[in-house]
Design a protein around this ligand. Structure first.
Ligand SMILES: O=C(O)CCCC[C@@H]1SC[C@@H]2NC(=O)N[C@@H]21
Length: 259
């Protein structure tokens, strides 16, 4: 049986516009990290201003934290959180088959996107910056493939891919426990251990992929993720370290690392 981790608060909401928006409203009022979970969201947001479908039965939560760190260290929580998500899926299903991580922080199941993360840093309140790690998981339902942009991976749900039914409440406990462990590792040992574990679960490492940065499409061999969390591609014009982009796989399908 998984226990709720010590030191983390928990708020369960029936409905909210967005748990990240709620985190923003709560920033400065909490004395420690807290999970804000909602059974449904009416205005959930995804990365790059995209909407995120958040029907009842799926998981929606934001971890609000206030670590006293520089922005570049805060941003590495993207990897801490995606690893914890991976761990939570393993705990929920009892298997690693078909699970993989896609840079920067998506979780893939059987080549489709089953979970996404939206990391937002919030204006400093009472002296310390806040970080909102918003996590959405398609536990029971996923949008139709036509609803995502061309070339993006097909959305999948945990239920449709594995037959495993998990409630948002159960998933929150698994995720909070997994996150607390990965966070402790990050704080104690730094990014190196997180990076290594993340790379061992990475989808398409060594393959040719395309990173769309907003100003350019960069295609090259996915070599690694560097110490700063950048995606490193070996391209025809040399090695490029990319801090932010959407990644596209050839053929769109995207397989799993099978770690
Ligand atoms: O685009 C992505 O892949 C990130 C999706 C993040 C969605 C989650 S659901 C909980 C939290 N609240 C939001 O409004 N967004 C995040």
């Amino acid at each position: 049986m998984t226990h709720w981790p010590e030191g983390y608060g928990r708020r369960m909401l029936t409905e909210v516009d967005s748990t990240n928006a709620e985190a923003q409203r709560l920033a400065g009022t909490l004395s420690g990290p807290a999970w804000i979970c909602a059974l449904s969201q009416t205005a959930a947001r995804g990365r790059r201003g995209r909407p995120w479908a958040s029907p009842a039965g799926n998981f929606a939560a934001t971890l609000l934290m206030m670590p006293r760190e520089e922005a570049r260290v805060l941003a590495l929580r993207s990897f801490v959180a995606s690893l914890a998500l991976y761990d939570a899926f393993v705990a929920a299903t009892g298997r690693v088959d078909g699970l993989a991580l896609k840079w920067p922080n998506d979780v893939l199941l059987n080549g489709g996107k089953v979970a996404g993360i939206l990391l937002e840093s919030l204006e400093p309140r009472r002296g310390s910056a806040h970080l909102a790690i918003g996590i959405g998981v398609n536990l029971v339902a996923a949008p139709a493939a036509e609803q995502v942009e061309p070339g993006a991976l097909r959305p999948v749900s945990l239920l449709s891919e594995t037959g495993v039914g998990v409630t948002p409440d159960e998933f929150l406990t698994l995720l909070a426990a997994a996150y607390a462990l990965r966070e402790a590792s990050f704080v104690t040992y730094g990014f190196a251990a997180i990076r290594e574990a993340w790379l061992a679960r990475a989808a398409r490492l060594g393959d040719i992929i395309t990173a769309r940065t907003g100003t350019a499409d960069i295609t090259g061999t996915f070599e690694t993720v560097d110490q700063a969390g950048n995606l490193v591609l070996k391209t025809a014009s040399g090695r490029q370290a990319i801090p932010a982009a959407d990644v596209f796989f050839r053929g769109g399908g995207g397989d799993a690392s099978g770690h």
